[in-house]
Write a protein that binds this ligand. Structure first.
Ligand SMILES: [Cu+2]
Length: 320
């Protein structure tokens, strides 16, 4: 380990040093996939203090000519039996419903919209105007990785991400403590009210918000809960690995590199872990604006509420 002090200056502006150490990952108190709580050791690293913004992503695309997954028609060979009408460039867009709907079927509020992508977040004719400082959305894992590679960075592992999100607090429910809204103060861009039809806007934002709108956590990181979900490099597992008998033997820089455990029921696309929850997470549906929360996301899927941030590991550190 030995990485409590930063090895020099940050590689880029807007990056914070996360001291390495052993911490308790996961939670016993919420959803089954967050269990069991187990000790994990992680080396120190630099992390973006905010989610990658539309303006930053635009700079990347201008410099490289990169084309995101949402802008490319899916290959019929990869999706046998798929409706040809869906094999067009597009992405999933959230649409608020006019009243309560069954929460069992996400198609009640997610629509596949042809032409929706990072530049046209709600579909053709929509733009990112006024959203330069908002997190970029409609990016797949491949897109996040391509951006990170261009920036000389990496996508964090789930353990790295969760250590950073906890902000130095041990097993706190939220990135800032155990109370959702201390003294009535909103700490993150989530959904207040009855999802997916009634948004009370106590946090002032219906959709994404500019990065750095809400208070940072103990490591100076913004939006580690809410605003948009963030991709991590690990493949999804339905549970964490079992804890070891003693913290001294905790796994060091763990990562999940096998996709075998990651498939959803009846699904053929591997899933990676996304973290942090989004502006669409509401207590009546999805209480995942917490550092321990995790969700498997198909690697080929982009939506209007998933983005990412990147990290830089000092030389000779990081997962092996
Ligand atoms: Cu959620």
């Amino acid at each position: 380990m030995g990485s409590t002090t930063p090895p020099g200056r940050a590689p880029r502006p807007d990056m914070a040093w996360i001291p390495g150490g052993t911490f308790r990952m996961g939670s016993e108190d919420w959803y089954p996939e967050e269990r069991p709580v187990h000790h994990v050791a992680v080396d120190g690293f630099w992390i973006d203090t905010h989610q990658v913004t539309v303006a930053e992503f635009r700079r990347f695309v201008k410099a490289t000519g990169y084309v995101t997954s949402a802008e490319i028609a899916p290959d019929a060979a990869d999706y046998s039996g798929a409706d040809p009408a869906l094999l067009v460039p597009g992405s999933l867009v959230f649409r608020k419903t006019s009243g309560p709907v069954s929460l069992d079927d996400y198609r009640n509020w997610w629509s596949w919209v042809q032409g929706a992508d990072w530049r046209q977040p709600e579909g053709p004719e929509t733009t990112t105007s006024g959203r330069d400082r908002h997190p970029v959305v409609h990016v797949t894992y491949r897109d996040a990785e391509a951006y990170a590679a261009w920036a000389g960075a990496s996508i964090p592992t789930e353990a790295e991400w969760e250590l950073a999100a906890r902000g130095g607090l041990d097993q706190a429910t939220y990135c800032w403590g155990d109370e959702f809204a201390p003294r009535g103060r909103m700490m993150a861009n989530t959904w207040q009210g009855e999802f997916p039809w009634q948004n009370l806007l106590l946090d002032r934002y219906e959709g994404t918000s500019p990065v750095k709108t809400f208070a940072p956590n103990g490591f100076g990181l913004f939006d580690m809960a809410g605003n948009v979900w963030e991709w991590t490099a690990d493949f999804f597992t339905p549970q964490h690995a079992d804890p070891v008998a003693h913290p001294c033997c905790a796994p060091v820089n763990p990562r999940v590199t096998s996709e075998a455990s990651s498939f959803g029921p009846g699904e053929s696309i591997p899933r990676r872990v996304t973290k942090g929850g989004s502006h669409l997470c509401a207590p009546n549906y999805c209480h995942r604006y917490r550092p321990a929360a995790r969700q498997g996301q198909a690697v080929d899927t982009s939506t209007g509420h998933i983005g990412f941030r990147s990290i830089v590991r000092p030389e000779s550190a990081g997962p092996t």
